[in-house]
Design a protein around this ligand. Structure first.
Ligand SMILES: O=C(O)c1cc(=O)[nH]c(=O)n1[C@@H]1O[C@H](COP(=O)(O)O)[C@@H](O)[C@H]1O
Length: 279
C-alpha cells in the first residue's frame, strides 16, 4: 500500500503543487448566476470538478458549505469526492475535526477508512484537545494510506493568541504541534503523510519547520490578502514543502471552465515563479 505522502508527492510531481479549495459561498453561487440551494450547489461543484479535476493535484472541499444544506448537501459532498478521486485528484476534506480520543476514532472511521461513504485521501484536524487525542486518526490514516493535516499557525488574526502562547516547556503551542507532527513523519520517504496547516498571512513567526518532513498546507492566499510572494518569509527554507491553497481566488473566475482553468494556471505559475527564484 502506498502512503499518502507518496501519493501526494507523485500528484504534485505530475500536476504541480496546488490545492484548490471548494468553498461554495452564497456570494459565489450568486456571482455564478446560481440559486443558493441544493441544485445551485450541485451545479457549482460539478463545474469545478469538470473544469479542474484532471489537472489540479489536491482539492479541499470545505465541509461547512455542504453541511449548510443538510443531508442533501452532504450527499453532494460525497459524490463530489468520488468524482474528483475518479479523475486522479487527491481530496483533502476540510472539516477541522478534533475531540477526545474515542470520538476521534469515530471521525477516523468516518473519513479515513476506505469502507466509509465519505472516504477521503486526507482530513484537516484541530489539535486543541491535545495532539495525542488525534492518535486514532493518525493510526487509521497510516493503516490505509491516508493523511492528516493538523492546524499549527492558522491564517486568521485570532489564531495567534492561542497558537503562539508559550507552554510550560518554553515552546509555543504551535511549535509543540509542529514537533509532534515532525516525529510522526520521521524517516518517511519521499514525504511524510502528516501535514501541518500554516497560513500564508502570518509573516515570519520564528517557528522551526525544518524537521516536519511532511506537506505544509498554506491557506490565506488570494481572498485573505496573502500572495505567493509572502511565502518565502513565512516558510523560509521549507518553501519546497508548501502546498499553496486557494479557494475564492480561483472560484471567483467561474463559472466559465476556461476562466477557471486560467485562474488555476495563474496561481500555480505564481508559486512556481517564487520557487524558481530560489528563496
Ligand atoms: O484548514 C484550512 O484549510 C484553513 C486554515 C487556515 O488557517 N485558514 C483558512 O482559511 N483555512 C481554510 O482555507 C479556506 C480559505 O479560503 P479562501 O480564503 O477563499 O482561499 C477556507 O475554507 C478556510 O476554512
Amino acid at each position: 500500500m502506498e502512503t499518502f505522502g507518496t501519493r501526494l508527492h507523485r500528484a504534485v510531481a505530475e500536476r504541480g503543487p496546488l490545492c484548490v479549495g471548494i468553498d461554495p459561498h452564497p456570494g459565489l453561487l450568486a456571482r455564478w448566476g446560481l440559486e443558493d440551494d441544493v441544485d445551485g450547489l450541485e451545479r457549482f461543484v460539478r463545474t469545478v470538478a469538470e473544469a479542474l479535476g484532471d489537472r489540479v493535484a489536491v482539492f479541499k472541499p470545505q465541509s461547512a458549505f455542504f453541511e449548510r444544506f443538510g443531508s442533501r448537501g452532504v450527499a453532494i459532498l460525497e459524490s463530489t469526492i468520488r468524482q474528483l478521486r475518479d479523475v486522479g485528484a487527491l481530496v483533502l476534506l476540510d472539516a477541522k475535526r478534533g475531540d477526545i480520543g474515542s470520538t476521534v476514532a469515530a471521525y477516523a472511521s468516518a473519513y479515513l477508512d476506505p469502507s466509509s461513504p465519505m472516504y477521503v485521501d486526507a482530513l484537516t484536524a484541530s489539535p486543541y484537545l491535545g495532539v495525542g487525542s488525534l492518535a486514532p486518526m493518525f493510526e487509521t490514516a497510516a493503516a490505509h494510506g491516508g493523511g492528516v493535516f493538523v492546524l499549527a499557525l492558522t491564517s486568521n488574526p485570532e489564531g495567534a493568541e492561542v497558537q503562539r502562547a508559550v507552554t510550560s516547556g518554553g515552546r509555543t503551542v504551535a511549535q509543540l504541534v509542529i514537533d509532534e507532527i515532525s516525529q510522526l513523519n520521521r524517516g518517511a520517504e519521499p514525504l511524510g503523510s502528516f501535514g501541518l496547516v500554516v497560513g500564508a498571512t502570518i509573516g515570519d513567526t520564528g517557528h522551526d519547520l525544518s524537521r516536519v518532513n511532511g506537506p505544509l498546507l498554506a491557506p490565506g492566499l488570494g481572498a485573505q490578502g496573502a500572495t505567493a510572494a509572502d511565502l518565502p518569509t513565512v516558510f523560509g527554507p521549507s518553501l519546497s514543502a508548501v502546498l499553496p491553497s486557494y479557494s475564492r481566488e480561483v472560484l471567483n473566475a467561474g463559472p466559465d471552465a476556461d476562466a477557471l482553468r486560467a485562474a488555476a494556471a495563474r496561481v500555480a505559475a505564481d508559486f512556481r515563479h517564487i520557487l524558481a527564484a530560489g528563496h
